[in-house]
Design a protein around this ligand. Structure first.
Ligand SMILES: Cc1cc2nc3c(=O)[nH]c(=O)nc-3n(C[C@H](O)[C@H](O)[C@H](O)COP(=O)(O)OP(=O)(O)OC[C@H]3O[C@@H](n4cnc5c(N)ncnc54)[C@H](O)[C@@H]3O)c2cc1C
Length: 299
């Protein structure tokens, strides 16, 4: 099996996942597989299925909380399936799932397109962004999605889903409910823009993030979704939890909705701290915050 896998994609064994997620936590995975094309991805999952090997799809690991437990399956890292194609004459930006969002934003602006400026500071792949309907500044990626091509994990068929056939809401899409689909590429519908004003927006947003977010520490962005009409960070702060820490994990002093890996935090530190903050906020304010980040390998 291993030899066959090696002929299909780049594969490493017994790999630490610490450097493959933005919290810099996690355990060892038996197979770490990096396909570099959709065909390679399809062949890989067919072979894993044939051998009953479970697998997990990894983008840039910027919205997950990995456990430190060893995973006797495979992680399929999509970042080498990363083609980007701008079609300014049609106002279309096309990207494969593993392409990084900030790169797509810059390429779209350079091609004279506008719309994606809100996403320049989101350090995920476009596949991960669509999966969770990532957003900022009152915009979200689904506002711009024209279609998404998905690979069905059971039939191995590719289907292009139009915008109207994708259900989504704030930080949520049907892909979160139905784990049978792997997003392989995305078509975004943008507008003709002005490069200079887009770059000004980017600079403004960058300064706002630098001033308000603890970007100097590993984290996975906002821990909780903002509840209707309020801000999760405000609620956490109102409970006096800024600076509260468990092991090496800490509620950021700069932004209470960020938990940072301040000092060699373990997976358990981050996990316990997220749950502690959730429970404290519930007890003191009665607001049941929804965790935006996904716990992987904790069952
Ligand atoms: C400093 C910082 C700032 C952030 N700011 C924001 C922000 O402003 N707004 C925001 O919404 N988020 C933000 N985030 C969170 C994160 O970057 C986004 O949620 C991003 O969309 C996650 O993409 P990813 O590729 O890292 O996904 P991952 O973390 O790798 O994966 C997340 C989930 O998506 C699934 N997945 C990934 N790719 C695919 C695919 N191709 N097909 C099917 N499933 C897939 C994975 O299996 C997993 O379940 C921030 C994070 C950090 C660290």
């Amino acid at each position: 099996m291993l030899e066959e896998l090696k002929s299909l994609a780049k594969i490493e064994e017994d790999v630490s996942l610490v450097k493959y997620n933005t919290y810099h936590i996690g355990g060892i995975v038996k197979y770490f597989i990096t396909p570099n094309s959709v065909n390679s991805l399809i062949s890989v999952i067919k072979l894993l299925d044939k051998n009953n090997i479970p697998y997990f799809i990894l983008g840039n690991g910027s919205n997950i909380v990995l456990s430190s437990k060893r995973f006797e399956g495979a992680v399929i890292h999509l970042t080498d399936i990363n083609g980007i194609d701008m079609q300014p004459e049609l106002n279309i930006a096309y990207a494969e799932a593993g392409a990084m969002m900030p790169k797509i934003v810059i390429e779209s602006i350079n091609a004279g397109l506008t719309g994606l400026e809100f996403a320049a500071g989101i350090p995920g792949t476009i596949g991960g962004c669509v999966y969770g309907n990532a957003g900022a500044y009152n915009a979200c990626i689904m506002d711009y999605v024209q279609s998404v091509t998905v690979l069905d994990k059971n039939t191995y068929e590719l289907t292009e889903l139009d915008h109207e056939n994708i259900t989504y809401s704030y930080r949520d899409t049907m892909f979160k409910e139905n784990k049978d689909k792997i997003i392989v590429s995305v078509k975004l519908f943008l507008k003709a823009g002005d490069k200079k004003s887009s770059m000004n927006i980017l600079e403004d947003r960058k300064q706002r993030r630098l001033a308000s977010q603890p970007l100097e520490y590993p984290s996975a962005g906002s821990v909780f979704r903002n509840p209707e009409g309020d801000f999760a960070g405000r609620l956490v702060e109102s409970c006096g939890l800024k600076g509260y820490s468990i092991g090496g994990a800490e509620v950021s002093e700069k932004h209470a909705n960020f938990i940072i890996n301040k000092n060699n935090a373990t997976s358990d530190d981050v996990y316990k701290l997220i749950n502690h903050v959730h429970d404290e906020v519930l007890e003191r304010t009665t607001v049941d915050l929804i965790i935006e980040q996904e716990f992987i390998g904790w069952e």
